[in-house]
Write a protein that binds this ligand. Sequence first.
Ligand code: DAH
Length: 385
Amino acid sequence: MNGAPGCSPGERGALPKRRWYRGVFATSSPMGAGSSFLLRKGWVAVKDVEALRSEALAGIAAALDEATLERARVEWLGRKGPLMDALRGIKDAPAAERRDLGLALNRLRDELEAAMAARQAELRETALAVRMQAETLDVTLPGRPRALGGPHPLQLAEDALVRALRQLGFRLAEGPEVESEELNFEALNIPKDHPAREMHDTFFVADLPGYVLRTHTSPVQIRSMRAHAPAPVRIITVGRVYRRDDDVTHSPVFHQMEGLAIGEGIGMQHLKATLYEFCRAIFGRDVRIRLRPSYFPFTEPSAEVDIGCVFCGGNGCRICKGTGFIEILGSGMVHPHVLREGGYDPQIQTGFAFGVGVERIAMLRYGIDDVRLLFQNDLRLLRQF
Ligand code: DAH
């Protein structure tokens, strides 16, 4: 007989260890403790249903989460649970009790099922409330502001330079920052031992003989010519250049923009017109320019270009040292040696070139008087752009 309901205290040890069996039958066996009839017949008296009821309800109420509640359902209402045992035992009850017992047990089953459902709803509600509490989102809180960055003044100057020359038909070209000595110097007519090399305090590259950190953007001239010769070219390039000096007015890393135009019949007048339009785009339509004879190994003739001082309007001040002019770039007609290096015939094609310091343009355009300010990344300066 399976887990016979009703037993004497002395026989309990042999029965399955279900709490209910102890709770109900140890205390309230219809035949009194130790009834052998109950052990044999396995039915529950009507008055014992109440004990089963209260224990099952306590078990349901004690479940604090749905998983525990599910275990309680299996324990109390499951096929192997005491209620089903009791229902199966009805047929063995004395005829007089059977009807009431059946009614009581079925009512109990309905009641327990209802209690389960109610408890489950309750647990779900609490769980939801707890979650809602934990996941509270106050949509009225102000958002976290995201600081927006802005372009660096050097970038602004670079953009202005590039824009101005693009409008004049120049295309952007590129070259590496680690450059061969050949393109950085020899091809540009700066042979070894040429005094101009000394002005370019050069960084050499360890383990890479014959290469340097480019000291100017001019090697891109050679690269572009070699890529296009004998067709005409009109390019600009911008980028970092390196020189081994570091003081109040010099940074070991700085920026240059280079321009180059090669073709048949290009003369000094084209250079001057281009630079004039370029300066007007950068410094305003009323700007005055002046070309001064100068020397660069890669141009002949060479000219330095000054603009009327943007600080004093040309009357003479501290910044233009009383001259009324400020030097802004170097330029000239491309040297025949450079043309040949680039793959052109100097008898047929000619051209002009110019080189601009981007830092210098930024300082003039924005009235910044110390080059180091451009590299310190102090937000008090950068926020002004
Ligand atoms: N490469 C020169 C320098 O770094 C600047 C320069 C001068 C570039 C004259 C040119 C030019 O293209 O024609 O000092």
